[in-house]
Design a protein around this ligand. Structure first.
Ligand code: ARG
Length: 459
């Protein structure tokens, strides 16, 4: 079979070279976008009088036939046609004859492939925003069911201050909210048209780039033809945003794994999201969060991979840039998998409220509050800190918690203590005392949930 670019060559391509340079094995994923771009391009060629209307109609019909055949799996792509662009062009020519060869007028694969990827990522970004909002919904629902669930909040993975479990979940709602914002913001840089840049310098044909942009619903066209074919920033941005989403998912995964352990036993993931051990009959392993945590590595890898491909790369197109695709597809699939599983896994997660409460009752996470109590009595905070530090040390030596101490015992450390401390030390009181905007007090968290629900209604 002859090559679409065969004219200048006197020898056949080496078989290994053909396989090494081909991208059809993975860029076939861009088939729909490639045809979508070609339809807009050929429509413009007709409107501009560059191709006669008859040819345009024949080519369009041919492209639609090729599309149907691809969808039905009837086309066997071939490595000797290198990539999706030439495979489709070849198939078109087989379908409608030499007139199919007019499609590539005023176009290069360089602006064509860039266009395909803009079309591809544009769809993915919309899907990811939707998947993130579904995850937010699951988190908000769990938060609503846990507005009275108190657990220790941690810093350094040491118990710090009691918080509402709802508050902890809502932290993730905020994180995923920023992820959605980042994706939505990147849309304006994804939603622009490279086509018309030609190989690098533009084209001699009187094309209308703005018409093609409007046909494809792009908001604008690239200003500079060299930039149009060299730019992969929009993919880098996507890979960065995906990496940050995975960072967030991996933090939540880590917490779910810890919380599912016998040591914590704060939550139980539904059986449908866990697996067993082939040897230890008692085991129920949190494989899904473990794998999400693990797959975070490949998503970061794909970002670093493409950053490195682009480093020092001279303008304009270089074959190196073909390496932009596999990592992008892999990140899309990895992120889709993680987000699709996370929403139902959070929705079906059983929260062990009693166990969380028990943990709070058996720790010193209310210590700050009695320090604040003494401050209320006029003691400088630094001195109050010292007094409570000694009180806690005494408790540890006695095998007691603060609420177990008698008033006399408290008074050994400061005469300022009185009966009210027993109220101050209650977990509900400790939580509700943090009544600042964004704090863990029940009413603040209820407000945060209401605001999140309002936002979710807009998406
Ligand atoms: N398969 C190529 C890629 O993905 C398409 C562009 C090829 N252009 C070229 N001049 N060889 O980058």
């Amino acid at each position: 079979m002859s090559k679409l670019w065969g004219g200048r060559f006197t020898k056949k391509t080496d078989q290994l070279v053909e396989e090494y340079t081909a991208s059809i094995m993975f860029d076939k994923e861009l088939a729909e976008e490639d045809i979508q771009g070609s339809l807009a391009h050929v429509t413009m060629l007709g409107k501009q009088g560059i191709l006669p209307a008859d040819d345009v109609d024949t080519i369009k019909e041919g492209l639609l036939k090729v599309l149907q055949k691809i969808r039905r799996g009837e086309i066997e792509f071939s490595v000797s046609d290198e990539d999706i662009h030439m495979n489709i062009e070849k198939t078109l020519i087989d379908e409608i004859g030499p007139v199919g060869g007019k499609l590539h007028t005023g176009r290069s694969r360089n602006d064509q492939v860039a266009t395909d990827m803009h079309l591809y990522l544009r769809k993915r970004v919309v899907e990811f925003v939707d998947l993130l909002s579904k995850l937010q919904t699951a988190l908000v629902e769990q938060a609503k069911a846990n507005l009275d669930t108190i657990l220790p909040g941690y810093t350094h993975l040491q118990r710090a201050q009691p918080i509402l479990f709802a508050h902890h979940l809502m932290a993730y709602v905020s994180m995923f909210g920023r992820d959605m914002e980042r994706l939505q913001d990147s849309y304006k840089r994804i939603n622009m048209l490279p086509l018309g840049a030609g190989a690098l310098a533009g084209t001699t044909f009187p094309i209308d780039r703005h018409f093609v942009a409007s046909q494809l619903n792009f908001d604008r066209v690239y200003e500079n033809s060299l930039d149009a074919v060299s730019d992969r920033d929009f993919i880098l941005e996507f890979l960065s945003h995906a990496s940050i989403i995975m960072a967030h998912l991996s933090r939540l995964s880590e917490e779910l794994i810890l919380w599912s352990s016998t040591e914590f036993h704060f939550v139980e993931l539904d059986d449908a999201f866990c697996t067993g051990s082939s040897i230890m009959p008692q085991k129920k392993n949190p494989d899904v969060p473990e794998l999400v945590r693990g797959k975070t590595g490949r998503v970061y890898g794909n970002l670093i991979g493409l950053l490195t491909v682009l480093k020092s790369l001279p303008l304009a197109y270089n074959k190196d840039m073909q390496e932009d695709k596999e990592g992008m597809f892999d990140t899309v699939r990895t992120l889709q998998g993680a987000l699709q599983l996370f929403a139902p896994m959070i929705a079906t997660m059983k929260v062990n409220k009693d166990r969380m409460r028990q943990a709070v009752n058996q720790d010193f996470s209310n210590a700050t509050d009695i320090a604040d109590f003494l401050v209320g009595k006029g003691l400088p905070f630094r001195q109050a800190h010292e007094v409570i530090g000694k009180t806690v040390l005494y408790c540890i030596q006695q095998g007691k918690y603060l609420l177990d101490l008698s008033l006399d015992e408290f008074k050994q450390f400061s005469q300022l203590f009185d009966d009210r401390i027993y109220e101050v030390l209650q977990p509900e009181q400790v939580v509700n005392a943090r009544n600042v905007y964004g704090g863990t007090a029940r009413s603040q968290v209820a407000d945060a949930i209401a605001r999140a629900e309002q936002e979710l209604e807009k998406t």
